[in-house]
Design a protein around this ligand. Sequence first.
Ligand SMILES: CC(C)(COP(=O)(O)OP(=O)(O)OC[C@H]1O[C@@H](n2cnc3c(N)ncnc32)[C@H](O)[C@@H]1OP(=O)(O)O)[C@@H](O)C(=O)NCCC(=O)NCCS
Length: 175
Amino acid sequence: MRGMNWILCGRERLEAIRSIFNEAILNSTALYDYEPRSVAVMEAWFAAKEAAGLPVIGLENAMGELMGFASYGPFRAFPAYKYTVEHSVYVDGRFRGRGLGRMLLERVVEAAEVAGNKTMIGVIDAENAASIALHERLGFVRCGEIRHAGFKFGRWLDLVFYQRVLKGPESPVDG
Ligand SMILES: CC(C)(COP(=O)(O)OP(=O)(O)OC[C@H]1O[C@@H](n2cnc3c(N)ncnc32)[C@H](O)[C@@H]1OP(=O)(O)O)[C@@H](O)C(=O)NCCC(=O)NCCS
């Protein structure tokens, strides 16, 4: 797409990110939140990314609008998970189905690999056909399922896990 730019999202993008998240919260099971995220919740989300040095990678169009973003963070808080990350990828509804999700996911996989991580996990609602297709296209392999993991819109939700093994650190160490 002409006039599209890669950006590293800073605080000034938080409202655009919040609006993409909140559309998905209200209209889909992509996120297991019931309520739209507040400004304060988003500020805490971004502060955690900043403190950990984790990038929020974005794509903007020629008008400067954020079309989508991707990021990654810890999978579970226990120390020995330190080389495993969970990522997220979101494209604004107006720009889906044009290859942007694929570009963002490729870019965030690369960032996580360069940072020395070994395993990348996508945690996806089982109804999310677009996300499942995207992950399978990029070599993520289904590695588990939790049935009835969530309850939203009056029904039980199943969760599927996808993983991609990365190069990992040259000399992994305990501790
Ligand atoms: C999932 C999401 C990021 C995909 O982004 P996108 O820009 O629409 O996807 P792309 O156009 O890059 O498509 C990637 C691949 O998935 C496939 N795909 C996309 N949407 C699809 C759909 N609804 N059903 C089946 N396959 C689909 C495409 O065909 C494409 O495969 P190809 O490269 O072989 O043609 C986007 O739909 C989204 O933001 N959804 C809401 C938030 C969300 O669910 N995030 C993921 C949470 S786990």
